[in-house]
Ligand binder design. Sequence first.
Ligand code: 5GP
Ligand code: MG
Length: 474
Amino acid sequence: MCGIVGIYNLPEASKLAYLCLYALQHRGQESCGIMTSDGSQIFSYKAMGLVSDCFTESTFQHLSGEHAIGHVRYSTSGTSDIKNAQPFVVNFSGGQLAIAHNGNLTNAAQLRARLENEGAIFQSAMDTEVIMHLIARSSKKALVDKIIDACSQVLGAYSLVFLTKDEVIAVRDPKGFRPLVIGKKEGGYIVASETCALDLVDAQFVSEIAPGEVIVFNKLGLMRSRLPAGCMEGIPHEASSYGKRAYCIFEHIYFARPDSTLFGRDVYEMRKGFGRQLAKEHPVDADVVIPVPDSGVAAAIGFAEESGIPFQMGLIRNHYIGRTFIEPEQSIRHFGVKIKLNPIRELLKGKRVVVVDDSIVRGTTCMKIVNMIREKGGAKEIHMRISSPPIAWPCFYGIDTPTRKELIAAHKSVEEIRQFITADSLGYLSIQGLRWFKMQNPDEEFCDACFTGNYTVDLPDTPEIAAMASRRKI
Ligand code: 5GP
Ligand code: MG
């Protein structure tokens, strides 16, 4: 998972990119980078770590120009290494070209093997580099056509921003897996993963970049074109069109910031709706509803409203620690819970407590939280409520869910998971409940492959999962 930003024609572009990355920090905490252009060449700064730690006043002296792109990375493809930090810049026959990518390609390994066979030399482990090779090799003349040509060959999820010496180009895959929005500010434009980045820099929201849309920002203004129908082919049932959209539902459940508007819907309202639905599906007699902060807060408010059980902040979070799950090393994640959360005993002692969280992935964090609420908080009963269905399938479109082996719901029943986390009861939101908002607009299409195994775009790099998913019983 990652956050991306593009700035076109604004003074102090590097500082604006920095602020946008700051607002998108929740999307990736492993590395960050900004590249700028002053109209004649591209400047670059990348480092491992948080945006606020990596950039200093002196860094910005080298980042001149009025155009910029930026990236915060949370490794979904490739290992944790500065070589895999983005943006990524190349020199090719068309000049300098930089790219920042959010999403994950599902045929990158296949394409890479082919390109390597043909003599291509790769510098990183990133799937993104494949796109750059395809662009460099395209026989089309104009850069935008080379980009369209390259995108027509890749499968999977990609929201992209490119930077040349005098243009910014943004692309969103035909399925629209990952968000990407445009904002306007004083004669210039800003492209960002989420609207919360636009808010911080006082940019006015213009629109989402539509699935399949390619937008060039240059001195002529803003030019919109589209990826050809048939992109993402290999999808047998819809080979001649984009087919259905596949907005990532997990963005709404967990990933995006609750103050963003995503795929035309407010994240906060969506989360509250999941919580309300959860209360309808799994009611329980209890004294208090508490969230696992921060990701469970909005859903817990929805649960409390629907059930009439009072809401309290029974767990307090230390905000000076990143989301523990973001750290790629297991060992760091495990000791993280205690450091991150502490119960308020006065609120929990002797009480029947509903604990609301957004998801269970491996189950280890959840088990530790239940344990903490019982042992330290003194709760009498603990009723765990999860505002999404069991995650049984890995994501190949950019969310860093682990392998199927590590996903607890891929192997255990809800009752077995309840025993594992040692809760008195456990209730997950149903697939139907997850789709509550579709009652208003049945045409909205979300990707929910992590719950259902319905992978909308083919998985050539992982045929074993594709085969397993096609055999599943739902
Ligand atoms: P578990 O109990 O499965 O070990 O961890 C569940 C917790 O991980 C939940 O609180 C949920 O908010 C969080 N989580 C779920 N998916 C992700 C993810 O993709 N990244 C991060 N950082 N946390 C996640
Ligand atoms: Mg959480």
